[in-house]
Design a protein around this ligand. Structure first.
Ligand code: NAI
Ligand code: MG
Length: 358
């Protein structure tokens, strides 16, 4: 009998409130088939909490989260609140406090999902985004506000420790796959931090051995992701570059609605956080149109991280079978609502239960 695992659930805002309950239904069904014991603890944090209290989460929010085995998040952000408040009030503090320094974002073609590329059916690579430092820093400021000479300064922070640990994780991952690591850089234009990044990545990969490293300028890499995405295996990138490349990757495989992500603390000292790549999509929120695949696939990554590999495979096959059968939401050209798609996944879970359940 396995011990109970506590999952903190933050649906957040917009379509987060639709895709999180959909994915939780799927996870509950999988849990009952595989005899897994999860306590899903709903935390009503996000923009409603901000409107009521002036903060995105309670003052002891991080402490509350620390008692959980994982965090399952939808998205945060509403048009009425500046994105800097919503992002820096919840997601970024969680990523940093819990040293979730890896943001792992798979980019993979799915049967039944059309790519905008003519030959886009065999894309399969992983983006390892450095998730704790880099370009997303609070250091900087504005001076001469409102005057013609007004200026803004935003500093990037790259530490040896931070780059090393991201590069090590990516190199180990590449060694477990095709053994090819592509590092995104811009050392021609960004003359301090990027050559530093390149140097450390090269050192780490050389020390690790067995992995072929190529260092590619981010602009050329963006073009290559469109022209030859199948030539990539593992891509390691700074916080900003990884963020941008993963939206591009998800678009290449059909829609941002399908892309999952894991914010990992690889040492497992703290809970890791699982969330789709997409945001709260205010343009479609509340209409039942949201694609729950990114959230469900993030649930697959969470099951894997928690050690439930068979259950993870089961859930992955279920949503992939539904897509392959031609059922999809509007963003993928289909007509299913969030609820209809989820119902189809729940049926696929029970249909395949006999085959894959222990
Ligand atoms: P977005 O990802 O929310 O939406 C971009 C476009 O993709 C929209 O047209 C939307 O309808 C569509 N889309 C996204 N997810 C979809 C899904 N599951 N199914 C169908 N269509 C989907 O990005 P946007 O519009 O730039 O940001 C909206 C808000 O979300 C902002 O407040 C932003 O700060 C926040 N955001 C939050 C993130 C997070 O919580 N991790 C990540 C990205 C954005
Ligand atoms: Mg993003």
């Amino acid at each position: 009998m396995s011990a109970r695992q506590r999952i903190a659930v933050i649906a957040g805002d917009g379509i987060g409130k639709e895709v999180v309950p959909a994915a939780i239904e799927c996870l509950e069904s999988i849990a009952s088939i595989h005899s897994l014991k999860f306590d899903f603890v709903d935390l009503p944090w996000g923009s409603d909490h901000y409107m009521a209290t002036g903060s995105m989460m309670p003052a002891d929010g991080l402490e509350q989260l620390s008692t959980h085995d994982a965090i399952f998040l939808g998205a945060v952000g509403i048009p009425e609140i500046p994105d800097t408040e919503t992002l820096w009030g919840l997601l970024i503090p969680i990523r940093r406090y819990f040293e979730q320094y890896i943001n792992l974002r798979p980019v993979r073609s799915l049967a039944g999902v059309d790519s905008p590329l003519k030959a886009g059916s065999n894309i399969d690579f992983l983006i390892v985004r450095e998730n704790n430092e880099g370009e997303y820093s609070e250091i900087g400021g504005r001076i001469y506000r409102g005057l013609p000479q007004e200026a803004a300064v935003q500093e990037s922070v790259f530490t040896r420790h931070g780059v090393q640990r991201a590069a090590r994780y990516a190199a180990t991952l590449a060694a477990s796959r095709a053994g090819r690591l592509t590092s995104a850089t811009k050392s021609n234009g960004i003359v301090h931090t990027m050559p530093f990044w390149d140097e450390i990545v090269e050192q780490v990969v050389t020390e690790a051995g067995g992995v072929e490293l190529e260092t590619v300028l981010i602009d050329a890499l963006a073009a290559r992701m469109v022209l030859k995405p199948w030539s990539l295996d593992v891509v390691v990138a700074s916080n900003l570059f990884g963020d941008i490349l993963s939206d591009l990757g998800s678009a290449l495989t059909g829609s941002i609605g399908v892309a999952p992500s894991a914010n990992l603390n690889p040492e497992r000292k703290h809970p890791s956080l699982f969330e789709p790549v997409h945001g709260s999509a205010p343009d479609i929120a509340g209409k039942g149109l949201a694609n729950p695949v990114g959230q469900i696939w993030s649930g697959v990554m969470m099951l894997d991280h928690l050690g439930h590999h068979e259950a993870a495979m089961h859930l992955s096959h279920a949503f992939e079978d539904v897509l392959a059968a031609g059922i999809s939401t509007r963003d993928l050209g289909g007509s299913a609502s969030t609820e209809e798609f989820t119902t189809a996944v729940l049926s696929a879970i029970s249909e395949t239960a006999k085959v894959v359940a222990p």
